[in-house]
Design a protein around this ligand. Structure first.
Ligand code: AMP
Length: 225
């Protein structure tokens, strides 16, 4: 069977996590989120988590060597053998090169890089109001646009909703700066490689999902030819 090996690109708050969850279910891909993996390490207070936390709280990137080892290992896990969806990686050109090299060594390659684009003012509005479930980080709400039925409580499992430490406004601004200076150049990088597909992330989550799903279905057909 042909693999679908996809990257999700876009600024923080573009909806990468939301779309990744849906695409995972549509296409049976492993959803690999570096942010979620790092937050799990922070919660477990591992050595890696302790080292990563100060970068994350500041809105800066965690050093490449830590991230690259973590991701290359994860992409090789059995559940990612038929395809994966990377959410939050790569975030700079060194990470993109490391990924390409590791895939090539294993006889694999990327199928597509999906860019979900949203302007900075929308990012700030979305992230400042974002609340996540303490029990499951993929249960995400917004105080204005997608409020839970009961304030501060997850509709799905009744757990408490919290604001991520890095969703404070000054940290959001720093994360955007980092995105523009380090991650945005990857758009041209994947465009040159013929892998880039663009989506308008200001549309509703359902519309963005419909567009991406249609594109990924086409990519899969092309892979099978
Ligand atoms: P995210 O949930 O993707 O917004 O990631 C939250 C934070 O984790 C980022 O602001 C970074 O500090 C760190 N992080 C996540 N992915 C990466 C990556 N690929 N490279 C470096 N740092 C990362």
């Amino acid at each position: 069977m042909s693999e679908l090996n996809l990257i999700l690109l876009g600024p923080p708050g573009a909806g990468k996590g939301t779309q990744a969850e849906r695409l995972r279910d549509d296409f049976g891909l492993a959803h690999i989120s570096t942010g979620d993996m790092l937050r799990a390490q922070v919660a477990e207070e591992t050595e890696l988590g302790r080292a990563a936390k100060r970068y994350m709280d500041a809105g800066d990137l965690v050093p490449d060597d830590v991230i690259i080892d973590m991701i290359i290992g994860r992409v090789g896990d059995p559940d990612a053998a038929d395809g994966f969806l990377l959410d939050g990686f790569p975030r700079n050109e060194a990470q993109a090169e490391a990924l390409a090299k590791a895939l090539k060594e294993r006889g694999r390659r990327l199928t597509g890089a999906l860019l979900i684009d949203v302007p900075d003012d929308v990012v700030v509005q979305r992230l400042a109001g974002r609340r996540t479930c303490v029990k499951n980080a993929s249960h995400i709400y917004h105080v204005d646009f997608d409020p839970p039925k009961h304030e501060g409580v997850c509709d799905q499992d009744g757990a408490r909703l919290v604001q991520r430490d890095d969703d404070q406004e000054d940290t959001i601004r720093r994360r955007l700066e980092v995105y523009h200076s380090q991650t945005e150049p990857l758009i041209a990088y994947y465009d040159r490689a013929g892998l880039l597909r663009r989506f308008d992330g200001t549309r509703s989550a359902d519309e963005v999902h419909d567009h991406i799903r249609a594109t990924v279905a086409t990519l899969r057909l092309e892979e099978e030819l």
